[in-house]
Design a protein around this ligand. Structure first.
Ligand code: ATP
Ligand code: MG
Length: 560
């Protein structure tokens, strides 16, 4: 693998900066606002910021951008730390908060006032909006814009002292109300908010605005490459304005990249929060959520997430990545290490009429077809078995090689059976199959070499473990729910299906966090949350194949 071939444009810049000696060591940061859980888009930013530092022997800060109290909480702070760690990254002693710098930020604001570059405005929020102008019309100056430095200093100190109510005054940068870049039309630097802050408590009643705090925090931490998403490109002139005036000892270089968007998923914290608050999902860690916590609970390995964002790359182009790409990364990660087990999701009873009552045989089942070193386990076999409803068809087409009246099928690691009789209930539904087994066809040791086309999975009724199995599907029916007017209208009502399944007894010993493949069905793990019901709960991590790709292809063919 050639190194340059895999280097994205950001890694190229970093590589050049190291080679030219501009920097001896790379310093990056991942700066989440603790106002929600991290999602798949953040995974990209985490892997990029921590990744480039790991690759070049640099360092990375985990910095909470906590300038907006009220929406932020300790719960989110703790969740973010847990998620970054689970992804495999370590910030060592570099856990910081924008709020750690509140005193220095205030000093910087005072400095701007002293040089005539900031002023206290006393217009109402509505007036400020009016004065700002529009994209096509310049704004106009506030009548307070020419307050003296002395008056501004006095007002700012009084703001800090809590002498005013929320919204009464605002500290603004004095830039240009007619700039075509709206971010330069005297943006707010500090606002009054009498709110307790989750990190600084009641020490402050004025809080710096994001752009101001973010730029200077990056400078204070001597971030060499300040990596952010494209929507901040228009903010860069403002950042430069701050840095030009305040001349901090270190000046970070900002580089923008495009957001990662995942098809059929939402990556806006505000909307994810709405899903949680409205009870549409079980919580931030609902296994259908594109949050790190949700994907972890679902059973996605962290390596699969890292690989997924790596495949997506780092570019400046907009991208909407197929869910199938993520699911493929998950499958590929699980295939080698997940042991095979049997589980019947929609059970149909089979009675082997010629098998002795009370007899139990222990069948030897391979734990992994491609890895004999993973050994075998024993599966009890008896007269009454569960098979999958789907594996029987009464009026089967000729090519149906599973069970049908008069037809034969092999029970995996068991015998060949024939369906002799179908029992139905009053509603005409099939409730039981009466079958006979061929004693000479025992898997591995049977004397007969008879072959049949189909093989199906099964579980012994007397030994089966009852479990509630959750089958997840995507949360939305629209590839781009982010752009829907109302995401409620494009919710997938079938995103969670719960079935009462019958599982082979070995699954009772499955450790939490360990994935297995239910043969023919997909990858599963136990759910990590506590549940009120007695039966254990399993999550389907991913199916064995991408069923949506097939559906989408069919739809395309019909259209074309
Ligand atoms: P939201 O607007 O939904 O609140 P955010 O981007 O403001 O999300 P932050 O907590 O500020 O959330 O994000 C922390 C970092 O993660 C930022 O540097 C941001 O650029 C990056 N990030 C957020 N979403 C994505 C995404 N979809 N793809 C790549 N990076 C992202
Ligand atoms: Mg943000």
């Amino acid at each position: 693998m050639s190194e340059t071939e895999t280097r994205d444009f950001i890694r190229q810049i970093i590589h050049d900066d190291l080679e030219s000696g501009k920097h001896q060591q790379i310093v990056t940061r991942f700066p989440p606002e603790p106002n929600g859980y991290l999602h798949i888009g953040h995974v990209m930013s985490i892997c990029l910021n921590f990744g480039v530092a790991v690759e070049t022997g640099g360092r990375t800060y985990l910095r909470f951008d906590d300038t907006n109290p009220g929406k932020e909480s300790e719960e989110f702070v703790a969740a973010i730390e847990r998620d970054v760690r689970w992804l495999g990254f370590d910030w060592a002693d570099r856990l910081t908060h924008a709020s750690d710098y509140f005193e220095r930020l205030y000093e910087a604001a005072v400095a701007l006032v002293e040089m005539g570059s900031a002023y206290v405005d006393s217009l109402s929020a509505e007036e400020i909006r009016e004065y700002r102008g529009t994209l096509t019309e310049p704004g106009k100056n506030s009548p307070h814009r020419d307050r003296s430095v002395e008056e501004n200093l006095k007002l700012l100190a009084a703001m800090r002292n809590g002498e005013f109510a929320d919204g009464e005054h605002l500290l603004r940068a004095r830039i240009d109300m007619s700039s075509p870049n709206m971010n330069l039309r005297d943006p707010a630097l500090y606002r009054i908010r009498h709110v307790t802050h989750q990190h600084t408590g009641d020490s402050w009643c004025i809080y710096p605005m994001y752009d101001f705090a973010h730029t200077l925090s990056d400078a204070f931490e001597e971030i060499t490459h300040s990596l952010c998403t494209l929507e901040f490109e228009d903010h860069r002139p403002l950042y430069d304005w701050f840095l030009d005036r305040l001349q901090p000892a270190h000046r970070p270089r900002q580089i923008e990249f495009s957001r990662l968007n995942l098809a059929y998923a939402i990556t806006s914290k505000r909307k994810l929060n709405a899903l949680v608050e409205e009870g549409i999902v079980e919580g931030w860690n609902d296994p259908r959520m594109p949050t790190i916590a949700g994907m972890r609970r679902r059973g996605y390995p962290s390596a699969a997430l890292r690989e997924f964002v790596e495949r997506g790359g780092v570019t400046k182009k907009d991208k909407l990545i197929e869910m199938g790409v993520l699911e493929n990364c998950v499958r590929e990660n699980l295939a080698d290490d997940s042991e095979r087990r049997m589980g019947v999701l929609r059970p149909l009873k089979v009675v082997l009429t010629n098998y002795p009552e009370g007899k139990i045989e222990m069948m030897e089942a391979m734990n992994h077809p491609g890895r004999p070193e993973l050994g075998t386990r024993e599966m009890p076999f008896s007269r009454e078995l569960w098979i999958e409803q789907d594996d029987f068809m009464e009026d089967a087409p000729r090519k149906f090689f599973r069970l049908k009246p008069g037809g034969e099928v092999r029970l995996r690691f068991g015998y060949i059976i024939r369906c002799d009789e179908v029992t139905k209930n009053e509603a005409g539904e099939v409730v039981e199959l009466r079958c006979s087994y061929d004693p000479d066809t025992r898997s591995g040791t049977g004397t007969s070499d008879r072959k049949v086309k189909g093989t199906i999975h099964w579980v012994s009724c007397a030994h089966a473990m009852d479990a509630s199995v959750r089958l997840y599907d995507r949360l939305f029916t629209e590839p781009n729910p982010n752009s829907a007017d109302d995401f409620h209208a494009v919710l997938n009502s079938g995103s969670l299906q719960t079935v009462d399944a019958k599982l082979e007894p070995a699954l009772a010993k499955l450790d939490s966090g360990v994935a297995v493949q239910f043969e023919r069905l997909g990858y599963f793990c136990t759910d990590s949350e506590e549940h009120a019901d007695d039966a254990p709960v399993f999550n389907r991590i991913v199916t064995l194949r991408d069923s949506w790709a097939k559906l989408e292809k069919q739809a395309m063919q019909q259209q074309g």
